[in-house]
Design a protein around this ligand. Sequence first.
Ligand code: NAD
Length: 257
Amino acid sequence: MRLKDKVALITGAASGIGRESALLFAKEGAKIVVVDLNDMGGQETVTLVEAMGGQAVYVHANVSLAADCEEMIRAAEQRFGQLNILFNNAGIMLSGDDDAVATSEGVWDLTLAVNLKGVFLGCKYGIPALRRAGGGSIINTASFVALLGAATPQIAYTASKGGVLALSRELAIVHARENIRVNALCPGPLRTDLLMNFLNTEEKRQRRLVHIPMGRFGEASEMAKAALFLASDDSSYLTGSEFVVDGGITAAYVTPQ
Ligand code: NAD
C-alpha cells in the first residue's frame, strides 16, 4: 500500500477528480478528509470509502473562506492525529466566464476566490500541519490552460489556473528543505460535470476534442492515479513540477484526424 498510515485532505471530494482520488488514496491505505460544499456528495464519498473498508470523514468547507480552511485542517488533525497530504483540488468553471469584454466582475471575483485564493488558504493553514507531521505532499489542481491559450475563452478560469501554477512553484522552492513537496497537477479536458456543463452542446465538445491527440476526454480516475503518484513517496524527488496529464494536447501542433 502506497499511502499506508497517511492522512490525506482532499478538497472538492464530493465528485470528479476529488472523489476518485479519495477512493484510490483510501485503497492505498490513507485516511481521508473529504472536503466540499456539496454535503450530500461529500457524505456519499465517505460512504463509498467506508464500503471499501477505509476510513473517511466529511468536513463542510468553502475553500474561499479563511475560517473554513482553518477549520478543515483543524478537523483533520483532530480526527486522525496528523496531516500528510493536502490536495487542493476544488474548483469552479462558471458559464458566464468568457473573454475580457463579456466576463462580469462578479464571475471574475468568484472564480479567483475559489480556484486561486482557495489554494492559497489551503496552504496557509495546511503547511503548519504538514510541518507538525514532519513534512508531506501538497498537490494543487491547475489545468492545461495554465500552459496554453484557448480560442474558447474562459478568462477568469484560465487566469486562476495560471496563478495556481505560479503559486505552486514558489511554494515548492520555499518549503523544499522542510520535506514538503508541492506539485501542480495539470489535467487536460475531462469528462466530469465541471467541463461537460461548460461544453454543453455536442458541437462545443467536438470543437474541444479536435485538439486532443488521443481523441477523447480524460477520466477523473486517470487524474486520481496521477495524484496518487504525486501524493506518495514514489515521487520523492519531484517538487515544483507542472505535472501534465492531458492526452497529448500540450505536445501537439497538429492533431491526427
Ligand atoms: P467537479 O465539478 O466534478 O468537482 C469539483 C468539486 O469542487 C465539486 O464537488 C464542488 O462541489 C467542489 N467545490 C466547488 N466550489 C467549492 C468551494 N468553494 N469550496 C469547496 N468545494 C467546492 O470537477 P472536476 O473536474 O473534478 O474538477 C476538479 C479540479 O480539476 C478543479 O480544480 C478543476 O478546475 C480542475 N480541472 C478540471 C478539468 C476538467 O476538464 N474537468 C480540467 C483541468 C482541471
